[in-house]
Design a protein around this ligand. Structure first.
Ligand code: KPL
Length: 295
């Protein structure tokens, strides 16, 4: 049995805690609020509607202990700050798995702390926070993980992730695949104020197609070679599999939180600039989403 520490108990953090416990492992939430560091009941609604409750221990982020692995399920823009106090006490050989959307923070963290064991992961599951300590698993997705640096690339603790459906792979291509999906579904569901499934409707196809073609050019310049229509296929598959889900960006917008735009479409625009490419459809979408968040 492995004990996973979860940093960021939002929808995905709670989903993984539930799946780990159901698979016979243990999960402990690392909380930045000392007043919330106590055992708490979490409600879990599975994809088929079954409801269960689990008790999760919450520990303060300043308390030193040794989990077998650390899962970082914060927002992309929170990970680096949330990790700071934890890196003070975490044993460097403990695998740290970064699971947030987007790209940028993963490479920055692995470069800034090379003696730690950095992993990244991606999952396309849909999950919705239903109450502060409860979630609904709205769509089962694909799950992958792999090392970002070779500090301690083999780790038995990662077996706990295979037990909940994470396949061990060369992770960079998977991060690009997820970036493609998030760069289309997430901002579009904000500007159209719709569920993921609506993105697959024919009326939106010209915009979806243009976004996919532009991001395929950037991916190609970054060494990711995809067949024609591959990005479109990934986007439509995830939109259909999580049709009733409200994307995380739409949930952020509706709850008045910051957006992950910088690590998703912002990252694509940065790469595009580096390679002298222009992405007019993404540029226009970024502006529209930014306006909507600022309103
Ligand atoms: O990752 C997601 C997100 O909302 O951030 C998807 C896979 C699009 C599910 O909603």
């Amino acid at each position: 049995m492995a004990t996973a520490a979860i940093l960021g108990a939002g929808a995905i953090g709670q989903l993984l805690a539930n799946l780990l416990i159901q698979a016979g492992h243990n999960a402990v939430v690392i909380n930045h609020r000392i007043d919330q560091a106590e055992d708490r009941q979490h409600q879990f609604e599975s994809v088929d509607g079954g409801i269960s409750r689990i008790t999760l221990e919450h520990r303060p982020n300043t308390q030193a202990w040794q989990p077998d692995l650390l899962l970082v399920t914060t927002k992309a823009y929170q990970g680096e700050q949330a990790l700071r106090p934890v890196l003070e006490w975490l044993k460097p050989s403990t695998p740290i798995v970064l699971l947030h959307n987007g790209m940028g923070p993963q490479q920055r963290l692995a470069n800034a702390h090379p003696h730690h064991s950095w992993w990244a992961g991606m999952l396309t599951d849909g999950a919705l926070v239903t109450e502060p300590d409860g979630i609904r698993h709205t769509g089962k997705g694909i799950r992958f993980t792999g090392p970002l640096n070779d500090a301690h690339a083999k780790s038995r603790a990662i077996d706990a992730l295979s037990a909940i459906g994470f396949e061990s792979v060369d992770i960079l291509p998977k991060l690009w695949q997820k970036l493609a999906v998030n760069a289309v579904i997430n901002p579009l569901t904000v500007v159209l104020d719709c569920q993921n499934g609506n993105i697959a409707e024919m009326i939106h196809r010209p915009q979806v197609q243009a976004l996919c073609e532009e991001l395929t050019l950037v991916a190609e310049a970054e060494g990711q070679h995809w067949p024609q229509n591959q990005a479109l296929d990934w986007v439509l598959t995830v939109a259909n599999a999580t049709a009733s889900n409200s994307s995380s960006m739409r949930q952020d917008w509706r709850s008045g939180r910051q957006s992950e735009l910088a690590a998703i479409n912002g990252y694509l625009l940065e790469c595009a600039e580096k390679h002298g490419l222009s992405l007019p459809t993404h540029q226009a979408l970024v502006e529209a989403v930014a306006n909507q968040f600022n309103r």
